[in-house]
Design a binder for this molecule. Sequence first.
Ligand SMILES: *[C@@H]1O[C@H](CO)[C@@H](O)[C@H](O)[C@H]1NC(C)=O
Ligand SMILES: *[C@@H]1O[C@H](CO)[C@@H](O)[C@H](O)[C@H]1NC(C)=O
Length: 196
Amino acid sequence: ELRTLIDTLVTKHPLPLLLLLQLLQPLHFCQRYHGISEQDIDEYEEMREEFFGTGPPRPFTKKKFERFYIIEPGRPFHESNYCRDVIMEKNVHFRLKCVTEHYFVLSNFTQMQKICSSVFVPCKNGVRKCNRSKNIIHGVYCKFTGGTIMPDCNYITYERQGFVLVTCRWQNDIQQLIPNSINDIVSPSSELTELD
Ligand SMILES: *[C@@H]1O[C@H](CO)[C@@H](O)[C@H](O)[C@H]1NC(C)=O
Ligand SMILES: *[C@@H]1O[C@H](CO)[C@@H](O)[C@H](O)[C@H]1NC(C)=O
């Protein structure tokens, strides 16, 4: 099964082949190569962890949040394969398993981080607490429709416009609250009074 995964990744994943083939080698082996960017090393470590990791997933960093949740303007949302393609390009998965749903926002990290100091509301599942944006933000909701592991994950794409709910966490090294995940995009016409 591992072999199949590696074959799949070699053909579908944008990482350099050299790094992929060394996936099973310890990192110090890889560090002997010069000219490999820090970003590639990060992705390599992330991928190793996806294969061998058993602990909790690594916390989101700014870079990872941007890669997972932020989209650039330009590409039409109404393309039927939007979610499938963007989820694959951005390599969104949980230890290679398809995620059951996902949100993308047409925004930037600064605007998302501001939401962390905005009003506290219940998250979609009602268990955790989220912060809700003050502004209406344009985004996409991707709902899983079939598949098991990357890259064979299929989604329906729904365009959404509304208030964004994020979960945030404190990041010690920069002493700031940073967004951790996008939990929902709530239509402004839905009942909000109970949340305020
Ligand atoms: C982020 O987005 C907000 C809202 O669209 C915009 O006002 C701001 O200039 C953007 N900041 C950057 C750094 O792009
Ligand atoms: C936003 O959420 C954080 C926790 O993620 C919480 O500590 C903070 O109080 C919330 N902000 C407001 C204004 O409610």
